[in-house]
Unconditional design. Sequence first.
Length: 825
Amino acid sequence: MTKAKETEMAIGKITPKQFKESIIKHLNSTFGTDINKASKKAWWNATSAALNEFVYDRLSQTQKTHFEKDTRAVHYFSLEFLMGRLTGNNLHNLGLFETAKKALTELDIDINTLVDEEEDMALGNGGLGRLAACFIDSLATMELPAIGYGIHYEHGLFRQEFKDGHQIERPDSWREYGNPFEIRRPESIQDIPVYGYVETKFNDAGKVVKEWHPGRIIKGVPWDVPVVGYSGKTVNVLRLWESRATNFFNWDVFNSGGYHDAHKENVESETISKVLYPNDETDAGKELRLIQQYFFCACSLKDIIRRYKRAHADDWSNFSAQVAVQLNDTHPAIAIPELMRILVDRADMDWDQAWKICRETFSYTNHTLLPEALEKWSVRLFEKVLPRHLEIIYEINRRFLESEVDAKWPGDNAIKSKLSIIEEGHERMVRMGNLSVIGSNKVNGVAEVHSALVKSDLFPEFNALWTDKFTNVTNGVTPRRWLKACNPALSKLIDKTVGDQWPTNQEILRDLDKKADDAKFQKAYMDIKHENKVALTKVIKELTDVDVDPSAIFDIQIKRLHEYKRQHLNLLHIMALYRRLLQNPTMDMVPRVFIFGAKAAPGYKLAKDIIYAINKVADKVNNDERIGGKLKVVFLPNYRVSLAEKMIPAADVSEQISTAGKEASGTGNMKLALNGAITIGTLDGANIEIAEEVGEENVVIFGLTVDEVKALKKQGYNPWDYYYGNEEIKAVLDWFDTDYFTPGKPGELSSIKNSFLDGGDPYLCLADFESYSEGQKEIEAKYKDKKGWARSAILNTAYMGKFNSDRSIQDYVDRIWKLKSCTVK
Ligand code: 8GP
């Protein structure tokens, strides 16, 4: 049976006419309007409600089956889930997209306009959060029992605007007018303690016990977002916790005239789920952040235990056989001492037995090696917010150092202090990375090279202690969202060529290689690329008022703004190209549009300066008639999942130019290559594996390798050598000090030049510049060979099977979770 057929059976047959009737019914009886006066939002709401009829049915079937079969499940703990929009995704996964499209067309509504009504669910910053979203899509698609746990932020990642080229942050109010894809579950509310003190006392049996007297209780209200697997058979949930005050209103205080005081506790409690921290790869280090982490972990563990007890009562012996918890980075590491607290203090379990359960339950994924991202909390703060957890951490640490470390390195205090969860120093700190490794059963990095560096550079002693603990799971992306839904024309061409089974078995795309040299197929493939570029051209015009030519090379860099990702290396090269054009306006050059999308953390000054510089260079270049439109630069504001879905299908070139050793994996690199963009990249993260899979002749690799970066740093890197050694670099850097791009305001861009020179160029942009510039020439030469380019693009689509999130999830299942799929009737 084909997948399409199975889907049809799973959700029951529904005709466009029936779907249309359902939409009208919801318009009338759910939203109190009618087809004559419904707003766009009302149409979208009614369509979502019609769609949800199928979702809820499958959701309860799934939950019933998992309960009856008492399945082992994985619980994905993540502070971030960058879901994007759900309407189109859920329609596709249920096999209802075409049906809905027809139904809406009959109602004179364009489905693409309709789905644009949905705000992105931007409960994440970047790679880590989007990976979590791809993973829960795969888990449901592969019919694996799984729950995502996170925070129901009232405001997701800020909305970015540009004002005179500067980034301005505005609040994101994604659910201001409600959101049809979440269900509040008041029946599963949890009470969470924080602050207070610990009392040591004797219990009736004369044993020393600890009692935590919390200073405050916060209420956790769960919201469930259904996660619809492709084919719609399994619908798992993403459970997100909203914080509320327990004493909703303090009437005593209110009656005595203290209105503000009465509100105070309310406000403080609700602040916890108010807003997502907008930092990507940096540590916020704030009290509220620690409370956020504890709040969602504690709610989730209570929820898991409540569910476990329904089937197993007070028998804990099966707990770790039933429950796997994956810690998405160290952010949820506090779950480890929390489970210990529940087992030892509440369930009265003996320490060793509790510790065994903990270690069997948790696993930890590391997503970055950047030191500024490795979380540490001051002992002082811990003592204030989570006093009992601090004691438990001390005890975990004492036992670990005295038994395991001392057995391996007897008397070696240097190693002990390195592996200790507590960092001694001026301010004593709790190292969440060490806690995560010590309390987990497996630790994984997210691409081969990254996992190797986790072992060799980040945790070498831990690796010596437990070699089997460390493993790799290379990231992946869901082809349902990142090809089928976002690139419908290419998907149809693929369906026609290799059949329609590829969304659940991406290896099938490999068969496209037979068509890579077929002139007719090449034309069809490149025509679609062109149409996607035309569509993006309109978006660019709308967002920036810049006209770009769809026959130019669309060269795209989309990712968070960070020095290590080197958007400023891209900028240096753009300025060099511009300069070459000014010196030689008749220079033979394929017109190129450089397209950026990136948000900078609000407190990251240099990142914001880079955005400003790109915008200023763009203004100048785009309006300079001397260069005859050969070069355009656009920075699209408010980069987010839904904008990525419009940009990726239109990309010719994918910029993956991080300093080698810094980008753990990257996932945008995978989405772009899957949609036929040619990568220009360093040998970093998953780029290395992409090059292996698609073939070195179908990517352009440049720059220093991980080992060369290390060697250069060791030998002493001096950016001034490149400044004085390369006339073009010098000229471009000096340009930043002038007012050429900021008329009347010289020096506005100097911070960028300074970062390269006085700042020491920590990410080696100058060292890699020449090689990058050569790489860009290679891109251009390749592009001129139309047939060769089409072949490479097709082979990129064909050979990306490995980077499918279903494969990643299968690796997690095999190497870490040992989970079995479960068919839902
Ligand atoms: C990112 C990595 O930078 C990226 O290479 C990788 O593909 C992605 O994780 C998924 O594994 N890391 C983060 O987004 C990250 O560390 N963010 C945390 C601070 C929020």
